[in-house]
Design a binder for this molecule. Structure first.
Ligand code: CAA
Ligand code: NAD
Length: 297
């Protein structure tokens, strides 16, 4: 099963990166959004990132200026934007990267199940929801996997490939091969809450927020402690801003509802209140830190 044409639904923080790595891996990609303005924003981020990677390769001496320009033009040329779901009908694979809202994801997969060709494989980039529920909603559970990329997609090397009890062996193998074509290392995960990374990472982020809320240490000191004491590239509060406070809250709300007796899944008050105030982290300029563009101010 050779994946050549890919649809990516949602061109936000994660979706734009997935579009980019799939095209860098040689696929043609339809990037689908709800509105032209969101699509334009995502495509513009991709163009900046491609330009950045091309200029790095020139600096490293891997490519000449002309080769880098040709590469960037070729990669960009494989992307088509759309706000029309029907454009995904003949994709070999559709990767969903819309908001972390299970009802929205089920609605989307229900519609895609009816309009895509029978061979199309479906994948969700969900951070926390049961893949099996979306698989059932799609009407083709045997052709459904989780493909969990990491933020920022262009730089993080992992993809968790999640199989349910219904996933066909050849679909699972094709999803792994696609991850590798995107330049990533796949790991195999069962359909459990948060798979491997988020089951460990999100409770750790919650503990850091609780520590800050109790006044045990400042945000800067908590982050410095984990960077310098444990060698993490970012501290947990910077990372929460980076992931998005809305996404982090949606993950926790889903888990608290489904697993009320799991002590690791709590929701800090400050997370709720910041999201209610529209302080969603790096993407809105305010979260546990203040941001100017991509950098903390
Ligand atoms: N495209 C191209 N280049 C990019 C880029 C992008 N999207 N983003 C950053 N870069 C470049 C930067 O421009 C910079 O280039 P120069 O070296 O030329 O300056 C370089 O990459 C390094 O970036 P930064 O200087 O900004 O910072 P850094 O050295 O700290 O590296 C990082 C950034 C790779 C993100 C690193 O901080 C890191 O690994 N952080 C942890 C990220 C993490 O844990 N992600 C997982 C989040 S959880 C998740 O994703 C799952 C979920 O479901 C919630
Ligand atoms: P985001 O809010 O940045 O982007 C979501 C995009 O989806 C928006 O641009 C929105 O316009 C679009 N969208 C919403 N509904 C749509 C629909 N029905 N059709 C087409 N487009 C639609 O969110 P994000 O951070 O990119 O997260 C996307 C998914 O990836 C979520 O499931 C999230 O849990 C998961 N994820 C997030 C991270 C992270 O660090 N933020 C990491 C891994 C996985």
């Amino acid at each position: 099963m050779n994946i050549k044409k890919v649809g990516v639904v949602g061109c936000g923080l994660m979706g734009h990166g997935i579009v980019q790595v799939a095209t860098q891996g040689g696929c043609t990609v339809i990037a689908l959004e709800t509105e032209q303005a969101y699509l334009d924003k995502g495509i513009s981020r991709i163009e900046k990132s491609i330009a950045k990677l091309a200029s790095k390769d020139v600096k490293k001496g891997k490519l000449t200026e002309d080769q880098a320009k040709d590469w960037a033009t070729e990669v960009r040329g494989r992307i088509t934007g759309s706000i029309n779901r029907e454009d995904l009908a003949d994709c070999d694979l559709v990767v969903e990267a819309i908001v972390e809202d299970l009802d929205a994801k089920k609605e989307l997969f229900g519609a895609l199940g009816k309009l895509c060709k029978a061979e199309t494989i479906f994948a969700s980039n969900t951070s926390s929801f049961p893949v099996a529920e979306m698989a059932v909603a799609s009407g083709r559970p045997e052709r459904f996997v989780g493909l969990h990329f990491f933020n920022p997609v262009q730089l993080m090397r992992l993809v968790e490939v999640v199989r349910t009890d219904a996933t066909d062996e050849d679909v699972y193998a094709a999803a792994r091969a696609f991850s590798e074509a995107c330049g990533k290392t796949p790991v195999s995960c069962k359909d459990t809450p948060g798979f491997v990374v988020n089951r460990l990472l999100v409770p750790y982020m919650v503990q850091a927020i609780n520590m800050l809320d109790r006044g045990d240490a400042s945000a800067a000191d908590i982050d410095a402690a984990m960077q310098l004491g444990c060698g993490h590239p970012m501290g947990p509060l910077t990372l929460t801003d980076y992931v998005g406070l809305d996404t982090t809250l949606s993950i926790l709300e889903g888990w608290c509802e489904r697993y009320p007796n799991e002590p690791a899944f709590g929701i800090p008050d400050s997370l709720r209140s910041k999201v209610a105030e529209g302080k969603l982290g790096r993407k809105t300029g305010q979260g546990y830190y203040t941001w100017e563009g991509d950098k903390k101010s």
